[in-house]
Design a protein around this ligand. Structure first.
Ligand code: MEV
Length: 359
């Protein structure tokens, strides 16, 4: 077991680009910490390099995995989502010159915020404005165990983590509602017309039945146990803005058919939330399979995602579907009693998995 953990820690340290001279020390600390994650390796590395001083403040945020209702949720329907706990954390410190952002796990290092009109930098600029601190300069560092553009809510989690880091560093006294509102503004910047589900799960870090019609409706779901999920990434990234715009375009042409699909997804989410809360995975898995068929019908699946879903089901998943915006990105497989089999089958076929849900 110890040997296996060490091997895993070495591979994580290598993904975090830990240099040779610090490699063994970082691997040892990773194993001791019990958090064998790329963001943790990056954090230990920074501590070893003496860059993280007493004046840093950290903020954390959850990633998300949607079990039911993506896309329909953009049109005021219900969706069910689980958090990927503490997937992201942020540190901020004052800077002399210009504001910069680093995401070591994604190979983004000290990028000038002003030079990044569409990505994390743009979100930082908006956050500085929203918090009324746009006249000051900061160096922001993000640690992420979420892959980029894989439908797992990294952009929303980044926004929430950054806002929380500023809140802690500057003593702003922000509550979750305000943090969520600022992160929602960032999501609008990144994705056009988001439902707000990603930033809401990132902020509250709880399983939820979500709906945004006239206002935000949020029902937190109490789970009987951690949900036996396998999340696997396809080889293509999925751009939420593009996928949401594509659905909007096709809906404009086939309004009645698309709205019928969204109505059906709404019903799946309502039934599925109850099944999730009572741990009825057979029912929930069936609902996820139906939801996947509907996501395919609105053209957000791809041949690769179809293959992944099929692999997961053949390996014993009770339900498997696209999660998030699709067009690439990830699948989620509900795999009671079969988590290892499903993960192994997907990995053998060459897909990266995130393993168990950390709810
Ligand atoms: C993205 O995580 C989920 C979508 O439903 C878009 C949204 O809700 O904003 C595709």
């Amino acid at each position: 077991q110890q040997g296996h953990m060490k091997l895993h820690a070495r591979s994580v340290a290598s993904s975090a680009d830990v240099p040779d001279e610090l490699f063994d020390a970082v691997v040892d600390e990773l194993v001791t910490s019990g958090e064998i994650k790329v963001w943790k390796a990056a954090e230990i590395l920074e501590e070893k390099r003496g860059r993280s001083g007493g004046q840093t403040a950290a903020g954390a945020a959850a990633g998300k995995v949607i079990l039911l209702g993506e896309h329909a949720v953009v049109y005021g329907k219900h969706a069910v989502a689980l958090p990927i706990a503490d997937a992201v954390s942020a540190e901020v410190r004052s800077a002399e010159q210009a504001s910069t952002v680093s995401v070591p796990a994604w190979n983004i290092r000290d990028q000038a915020v002003a030079d990044d009109a569409s990505g994390v930098g743009a979100a930082v600029t908006l956050i500085l404005q929203e918090l009324g601190i746009a006249d000051s300069h900061f160096a922001i560092r993000l640690h992420s165990s979420l892959p980029r553009a894989m439908g797992l809510g990294s952009s929303a989690a980044f926004a929430v983590a950054i806002v929380r880091a500023f809140d802690a560093e500057l003593g702003l006294g922000l509550d979750n509602a305000k943090i969520n509102a600022v992160a929602f503004a960032c999501e609008k910047l990144a994705h056009g017309t988001p439902s707000g589900i990603d930033n809401t799960v990132a902020t509250y870090g709880e399983a939820m039945l979500f709906r945004r019609a006239e206002s935000l409706e949020l029902e937190k779901l109490k789970l009987v146990e951690p949900v036996p999920l396998v999340i696997a990434c396809s080889s293509q990234s999925g751009l939420t803005a593009e996928q949401v715009a594509g659905v909007r375009r096709r809906r404009a042409q086939s309004r009645a058919q698309y709205d019928a699909v969204f109505e059906q997804m709404d019903a799946l989410s309502l039934t599925g939330a109850a099944a999730l809360a009572r741990g009825d995975y057979a029912e929930l898995g069936m609902l996820m399979n139906v939801c996947h068929g509907l996501l395919n019908a609105i053209e957000v699946s791809t041949p690769e995602l179809e293959a992944m879903v099929s692999i997961a089901r053949s390996a014993g998943a009770a339900g498997a579907k696209v999660t998030g915006s699709g067009g690439g990105g990830s699948i989620v497989a509900l795999s009671p009693g079969a988590v290892d089999d499903v993960r192994d089958a997907l990995e053998e076929a060459g897909f990266l998995t995130l393993g168990h849900s950390k709810t």
